[in-house]
Ligand binder design. Structure first.
Ligand code: SPV
Ligand code: MG
Length: 290
């Protein structure tokens, strides 16, 4: 089964499926271990892990290679966050060819102009391209995919940009008409009210995708009760968890002048060996090294 077919099957079954963010293969392996159905190859997480803001500084090649190794090591369907598609519709066409070849199951393309500004920042400069221009990007993405099961997810930032429900709905309908397989609608309101209003008004055929980072009260049970949502993305929780854990551990070691106090609260070396499959290394040594 192709990655796209697997993702479609899991979305149909789980309704909604859950994709957890990852920024490198180890975090992606932990996503798989935790039992999530898919991985979000997050632009925000990769940017932050490189010490950079999420403002289109990370190149397509960097994110593509990260997505490739994430897919390879995790074995899960990967939803690739390709931001604005790295340029115009021709850039999107090339990107979709590359991401499908790299083993992704889906791409999410957002209707902001390039270079983009991260969505959740207060008073961010959120500029959208015209809906017909974005429809061209969706059509280019559809034309570029080889596997018809590979998913093209159109993401509207109309609510993020403060353009209101009517504009968000109009864009979602336009993107569905252009052939998007799913529509991601993003919001940075602190409660789910804005998104719930959108879902209630959505009368399109394609399922919706949510990223409930700003409104964490929205859990899977609440999403399921609303219907219409095929995929929930937990957008940046791998990197936020890792950042706090590293900061606290480093501070403790600095304070204590030694590592003894941290042993109980960090992963053991054996845990890392297991993730690296050192048992497999030993087995190969026995078989092949003469
Ligand atoms: C990401 O994780 O890169 C996203 C989600 O696009 S958000 O940062 O909330 O825009
Ligand atoms: Mg992103």
């Amino acid at each position: 089964m192709s990655p796209g077919a697997r993702l479609r099957a899991t979305i149909a079954q789980a309704a909604p499926a859950q994709a957890m963010a990852a920024h490198n293969p180890l975090s992606a392996m932990l996503v798989a271990e935790a039992g999530f159905e898919a991985i979000w190859s997050s632009g925000f997480e990769l940017s932050a892990s490189l010490g950079l803001p999420d403002i289109s500084l990370v190149s397509m090649t960097q994110h593509l290679e990260s997505t490739r190794v994430i897919a390879e090591r995790s074995g899960l369907p990967v939803v690739a966050d390709i931001d604005t598609g790295f340029g115009n519709a021709l850039n999107v066409h090339y990107a979709v060819e590359q991401y499908e070849r790299a083993g992704a199951a889906a791409v999410v393309i957002e209707d902001k102009s390039f270079p983009k500004v991260t969505s959740l920042v207060a008073e961010g400069r959120q500029e959208l391209v015209r809906a017909p221009e974005f429809q061209g990007k969706i059509e280019a993405a559809r034309a570029a995919r080889r596997d018809p099961q590979f998913l093209i997810v159109a993401r509207t930032e109309a609510l993020i940009a403060g353009l209101g429900q009517a504009e968000a709905l109009a864009r979602a309908h336009a993107y569905e008409a252009a052939g998007a397989d799913m529509v991601l609608v993003h919001s940075k309101q602190k409660t789910p009210a804005e998104i719930e209003a959108f879902i209630a008004a959505w009368d399109g055929k394609v399922p919706l995708v949510l990223v409930p980072t700003a409104y964490p009260q929205m859990d899977v049970a609440r999403v399921r009760a609303l219907g219409k949502v095929g995929l929930v993305i937990w957008g940046n929780h791998a990197l936020r968890a890792a950042t706090r854990a590293m900061r606290e551990t480093f501070a403790r070691i600095r304070r204590d002048g030694g590592v003894g106090g941290t042993e109980g609260s960090i992963a053991s070396v054996q845990d890392l060996f297991d993730l690296q499959d050192m048992a497999g290394v030993k087995d190969k040594e026995t078989r092949f090294l003469r």
